[in-house]
Design a binder for this molecule. Structure first.
Ligand SMILES: Cc1cc2nc3c(=O)[nH]c(=O)nc-3n(C[C@H](O)[C@H](O)[C@H](O)COP(=O)(O)OP(=O)(O)OC[C@H]3O[C@@H](n4cnc5c(N)ncnc54)[C@H](O)[C@@H]3O)c2cc1C
Ligand code: SF4
Length: 328
């Protein structure tokens, strides 16, 4: 690891000012991702601004739903009674990620901003557009079994690794952000991550130094009929090959509204808008779930080694919807 300056922030404005004024400074929250990247010499900040003592860890009800502090730990968030009761797909998604020890350290803000797990990104001896803009993508012609099938570009085919982010995309969450001028802004969660296009290194809708302060969850009417399905190579401690966050608002068996987001298939949590639109107004059945899955996956463009993800994606959508329908 290279030497770096460590600063402990005592207020949010000061933290944002410190990071904004130094383009090589980064925030430190749980540290479970940024410190790994520094040890591997992939990230080379010359200053870490520790934000753990800021008062941003509250999880509290609001007039419109629930607010999750950016610094609330993943464990605390997943186990919070209001999250379990009104956003069970989020609790399930968080608990499907990492290990208990990591979830005890990891924060909500850090989780949604974690870096890709592309093995070529981690290998500093090979080209990677995300690590070194313009150098090329080693994964596109390499071992790409676990990579994207939707929304990728020739410049990057990595997938977003966060389970929590998939549920937040399905839940229509909003991200609250503080900037260097002390101003707050709010963006839909689905706009936080960007598709790679020709700038895969610029993959978040945050300017340097902007800090996530909290994430808002709106009320929903599908908590009882929601599910998070994660399909992976190993039963635990493994990233998703494909994951699905699904919620169904029902009147009897009639679908009033469907919310579906996919993980493991694209550079950002993939909101399955075509499937959602198709399902609205239909009577829930395995057959309509299959048609919705076909529709969503018709735009999939698999790479050399991940054709299997197209069928896996369809079956995972159907299974997650069936689980949601059954209230499991
Ligand atoms: C072995 C292992 C297995 C894992 N498996 C999974 C898995 O299956 N599913 C999954 O989802 N995750 C998994 N993870 C990832 C883990 O969930 C993340 O490392 C963790 O959530 C990151 O949170 P953190 O608070 O530690 O972030 P940090 O490492 O502190 O920060 C991550 C990034 O976010 C920035 N940042 C942090 N907080 C803020 C903020 N409030 N505003 C702006 N920028 C901020 C930091 O500067 C840094 O760039 C795994 C990790 C490991 C090590
Ligand atoms: S897929 Fe993206 S992260 Fe991986 S090598 Fe290519 S550019 Fe880098």
């Amino acid at each position: 690891m290279r030497p770096f300056k460590y600063t402990k922030a005592s207020d949010a404005a000061g933290a944002v000012k410190s990071v904004s004024s130094n383009k090589n400074a980064r925030y430190l929250s749980g540290g479970t991702n940024i410190l790994d990247l520094m040890k591997e010499d992939i990230s080379r900040p010359d200053e870490l601004v520790d934000i753990n003592s800021l008062k941003l860890s509250e999880i509290k009800p609001t007039a419109t739903g629930l607010s999750l502090g950016a610094l609330a730990k993943n464990t605390e968030t997943a186990n919070h009674p209001l999250v379990r009761q009104s956003y069970p797909m989020l609790a399930r998604a968080i608990l499907a990620g990492a290990s208990e020890q990591i979830r005890n350290m990891a924060t909500n803000g850090g989780n949604v901003l974690q870096q890709v797990r592309c093995l070529y990104f981690y290998d500093i001896a090979v080209p990677c557009n995300r690590r070194e803009p313009g150098s090329g993508c080693s994964a596109i012609g390499g071992l790409n079994r676990t990579y994207a099938i939707l929304g990728w570009s020739e410049n990057c085919v990595a997938v977003n690794p966060s389970d929590m982010a998939v549920a937040l995309a399905a839940l229509d969450a909003k991200v609250n952000i503080q900037n260097a001028e002390g101003k707050m802004r709010s963006i839909p969660f689905t706009e936080l991550h960007r598709l790679p296009g020709d700038a895969p290194h610029d993959d978040k809708a945050l300017a340097h130094g902007e800090m996530i302060t909290s994430i808002d969850l709106p009320k929903n009417n599908f908590a009882a009929n929601s599910y998070y399905l994660k399909v992976r190579d190993r039963a635990s401690y493994s990233f998703a090959l494909v994951s699905v966050a699904a919620g169904l608002e029902l009147t009897g068996k009639k679908i009033k509204l469907a919310r579906i987001a996919l993980g493991g298939v694209a550079n950002k949590p993939w909101r399955a808008l075509e499937a959602e639109k198709f399902l609205a107004g239909k009577t829930a059945s395995r057959e309509v779930f299959k048609q919705a899955a076909e529709l969503e996956m018709k735009n999939a463009k698999p790479l050399e080694h991940n054709e299997y993800k197209v069928e896996l994606g369809k079956r995972s959508i159907v299974r997650a919807l069936e689980k949601a329908l059954a209230g499991k």
